[in-house]
Design a protein. Structure first.
Length: 316
């Protein structure tokens, strides 16, 4: 498979999807103020972002509303409090975690301001993911599926999963670098695999990269150059652990004039710089090590929370 386009052209299939509140919510249990969420929303609209993932729609019957803020549940009234009727060109998305979502609680799309349901699943949960994909599709939503922790899977297993998902109603199948452990040459191979299967079945591919080894941006560009269409970003890389591909880098890179960098820089100045004094995210040695070792970053998050800077012991 050859590269699609050059660095000097704008591809019409490219969509930028902001995950600042959803992935950032994993840093503070989704306790963002309305002012912050509105700020992200207005920034994304002004910057020309195509989709904003405003949080998760997990069920309060399965996760405690006392433990998690409103953006872990994304009730319709809460979302409308931020976006109104969303009379903009940008679409609103939420993420459904398999095992934490109740399909019966998902109202029809025609009654909601939400446009897209993004389904996060591990390989052993694929049957439940397919059920939720079909339910959301039947209710009128665009759908995506993130197959998580694929760096721990075997090729045959992943091939079977991709073939099964390609036969569903899902619109976009995501490459998810859950542990931030992939290098560009691996993303290259995965992109070719995903794009081939997806296009044969009338679907598109997305990329969700983590920054454990400071490769989220490079990996996102690599995936894009080989046919991936949906690019996940967060403002200033805000996200779990080492964070994600920074929106400001991607907006600055894309050649499509619809995307504007200035609104993002203004949001960073007003909101992110103060937030950095309260929350910890972004590249660090513990996250680098979990990325290199292809491990979940929970141990690195614990070390960061405890201000444990004994990196040789952490490595051992």
């Amino acid at each position: 498979m050859e590269k699609e386009g050059t660095l000097l052209m704008a591809r019409k299939d490219i969509k930028v999807l902001d995950c600042t509140i959803r992935d950032g919510g994993l840093v503070n249990n989704f306790y963002f103020t309305d002012d912050f969420v509105k700020g992200v929303y207005h920034t994304c609209v002004a910057a020309g972002v195509d989709y904003m993932e405003i949080g998760k729609n997990n069920s309060p019957t399965l996760q405690s509303p006392e433990e998690f803020g409103a953006w872990n549940f994304c009730k319709e009234e809460d979302v409308r409090r931020i976006v109104g009727n969303n009379d903009t060109n940008m679409k609103i998305a939420v993420m459904s975690d398999i095992g934490r979502t109740v399909a019966e609680e998902l109202i029809p799309c025609e009654d909601s301001v939400i446009d897209m349901i993004r389904i996060a699943t591990y390989i052993h949960q694929i049957p439940a993911a397919i059920e939720l994909i079909e339910d959301a599709h039947a209710k009128g939503y665009e759908t995506t599926v993130n197959i998580m922790a694929i760096s721990k899977s075997f090729d045959d297993e992943l091939n079977e999963v991709l073939e099964a998902l390609s036969k569903t109603s899902v619109d976009i199948i995501y490459i998810a670098d859950s542990f931030g452990s992939f290098y560009p040459e691996q993303i290259n191979k995965l992109s070719k695999k995903y794009v081939k299967i997806a296009r044969e079945n009338g679907k598109q591919v997305g990329i969700h990269a983590h920054n454990n080894m400071q490769l989220a941006y490079a990996n996102t560009i690599e995936a894009m150059m080989y046919g991936t269409s949906f690019l996940d970003v967060t403002i200033s890389g805000l996200g779990r652990g080492a964070g994600n591909c920074p929106m400001e880098l991607m907006i600055g890179f894309l050649k499509n004039p619809k995307y504007k960098l200035m609104p993002v820089l203004e949001f960073i100045e007003e909101y992110i710089i103060p937030l950095e004094k309260e929350l910890d995210w972004g590249y660090s040695i513990p996250y680098m090590l979990t990325g290199q070792l292809n491990e979940h970053p929970r141990s690195a998050m614990k070390a960061r929370d405890e201000n444990d800077d004994n990196y040789p012991d952490f490595y051992r």
